[in-house]
Design a protein around this ligand. Structure first.
Ligand code: NAG
Ligand code: NAG
Ligand code: NAG
Ligand code: NAG
Length: 453
């Protein structure tokens, strides 16, 4: 009995001093009586202006294979609904949660190029609505937007993807709703300064307002363009550098004796396989486009160079084995054929004389060489002259190579038949041709692709 009395007293006292909450509740109840949330504010009048702005909190993955991207943002819309005007002393604005939102009219904004966007609902729907006493409504939602981002990959990985977001009303034409950026074009989409992307730099964000003419009417749309630039570092370190190094490795073959077929063939095949392996891993995340990306161009050029190195060896091998019999193209081969023809002891002596006399006439009375040995010496003199010419072609950078040739010539002069074949002319020329053209290719490749941007 006592308790009941006390309770009634408190209830009475409470009702004598209405709180803000009670007044607000009353106000809200009054607001919503007779409110038709199906009808837009200012129905029949001029179009309702919806001011929008977006704060991008983070940018997720930009996927080349799916041609889309995602970001998390606060999506804010403001409009005026005269039916929601209220008057509470000392209160100019009330902030309400999602339950209130269900009872009022909201614009049916959607993302025209959106794919799998969602609003965050954990632990409660991440949104609020703020109503000002003059009927201004401010609606903010936290969304993860996934939108299509068609990319042209011709310049990949030197491309600069531009991802867009288009938003508009699903149904209301410009007669009913007009979208505008809250703070004006270009500045209404803000990106958090902490946004960091592993593979991209954010260059700029632009926003603009448009009207879309369709068969169903004219719609007001807002567009956001986010400009990215891909980091090249990863590709330089993981693809370009290894590939060019492997290509350089394939040229080692030109310095290997042409008799060492297993060594040279293995080197060629290994370099091609290694480049193909790199190409496969690097193309894993890419869609199967029908055109060549910049990366494809480079990788294919590397494979071409490695193939050419192998074909070069095939040519060297072919001329070594077949031509000496006819005696033609390469005089190296003549010499190879002649040296074994001379009787071993005599030819050795002749060569020794030649060595000591340093190009002077050879006293042959002691030795009495055979005609075959004579032929050997004359042809050898020719070869030496040619070698000198070759060494004059070579620059300082390749001094060691010419040194190597001289050493080999000397070996032959001492009659060491086991020293093997001399370097083929084709090999000698390719030592300059391959690195030279590869350098030219590299320079033009980088100038071309970096200048196009
Ligand atoms: C609540 O509203 C009544 C009139 O509707 C007013 O007299 C009273 O002062 C209001 N209370 C507060 C706390 O604003
Ligand atoms: C209402 O506002 C007036 C002036 O702005 C202030 O003096 C008064 O204390 C406020 N009342 C309450 C209950 O906050
Ligand atoms: C937005 O930026 C673009 C590109 O810089 C420019 O052409 C346009 O005039 C800018 N718009 C406004 C309103 O500043
Ligand atoms: C874009 O917005 C401006 C005001 O910011 C407005 O004057 C202009 O008419 C709008 N353009 C379109 C195409 O709606």
């Amino acid at each position: 009995m006592m308790i009941l009395l006390l309770f009634n007293f408190f209830r009475y006292a409470w009702s004598q001093f209405p709180t803000y909450a009670e007044n607000t509740t009353d106000v809200l109840d009054k607001l919503l009586t007779g409110y038709r949330k199906e009808i837009r504010p200012g129905f029949g009048g001029p179009p309702l202006v919806i001011e929008t702005d977006i704060l991008i909190r983070s940018i997720g993955q930009i996927s080349e294979s799916d041609m889309d991207y995602s970001f998390q943002c606060y999506f804010r819309q403001r409009w005026t609904d005269e039916r929601l005007q209220f008057d509470i002393r000392n209160i100019s604005e009330v902030t309400l949660n999602n339950l209130f939102l269900e009872n009022i009219w909201k614009p049916n904004t959607y993302f025209l190029n959106g794919q799998k966007s969602h609003q965050h609902n954990i632990p409660r729907p991440n949104l609020f609505v703020r109503i000002r006493s003059d009927g201004r409504v401010y609606l903010s939602r936290r969304l993860t937007v996934k939108a299509a981002c068609p990319m042209k990959l011709n310049l990949y990985p030197m491309d600069r993807p531009i991802c867009s977001l288009v938003l508009g009303s699903y149904g209301y034409t410009t007669d009913d709703i007009v979208y505008l950026w809250k703070y004006g074009n270009n500045i209404s989409v803000e990106v958090n300064k902490d946004v960091r992307l592993a593979q991209f730099d954010l260059i700029s964000v632009r926003s603009s307002n448009h009207t879309d003419n369709t068969v169903f009417g004219t719609f007001s749309v807002l567009k956001v363009y986010i400009y990215f630039e891909r980091h090249l570092g990863f590709f330089v370190l993981q693809t370009y550098l290894p590939c060019s190094m492997i290509t350089c490795l394939s040229w080692v073959s030109f310095w290997i004796n042409r008799d060492a077929a297993p060594a040279r063939v293995l080197l060629g095949v290994t370099t091609i396989l290694a480049t193909a392996g790199i190409g496969m891993t690097v193309r894993e995340g890419l869609p199967r486009v029908s055109y060549a990306t910049a990366l494809d161009t480079y990788l294919n050029a590397c494979v071409l160079y490695e193939m050419a190195a192998m074909i070069e060896y095939a040519a060297v091998n072919y001329f070594t084995k077949v031509l000496p019999v006819d005696g033609g193209v390469s005089s190296d081969e003549d010499e190879e054929e002649i040296v074994p023809l001379a009787p071993p002891d005599q030819s050795v002596r002749v060569y020794l004389y030649q060595d000591t006399s340093n190009g002077q006439s050879v006293p042959l009375s002691d030795v009495q060489p055979t005609t075959e040995a004579f032929q050997g010496t004359t042809s050898h003199r020719k070869t030496r002259n040619r070698r000198k010419k070759e060494s004059s072609f070579s620059n300082l950078f390749f001094k060691c190579l010419t040194g190597n040739l001289k050493y080999r010539t000397k070996l032959r002069e001492r009659g060491n038949a086991e020293a093997g074949n001399s370097a083929s002319n084709i090999d000698v020329w390719c030592r300059y041709l391959f690195p030279g053209t590869f350098l030219v290719f590299n320079v033009s490749y980088w100038i071309c692709y970096l200048a196009i941007l």
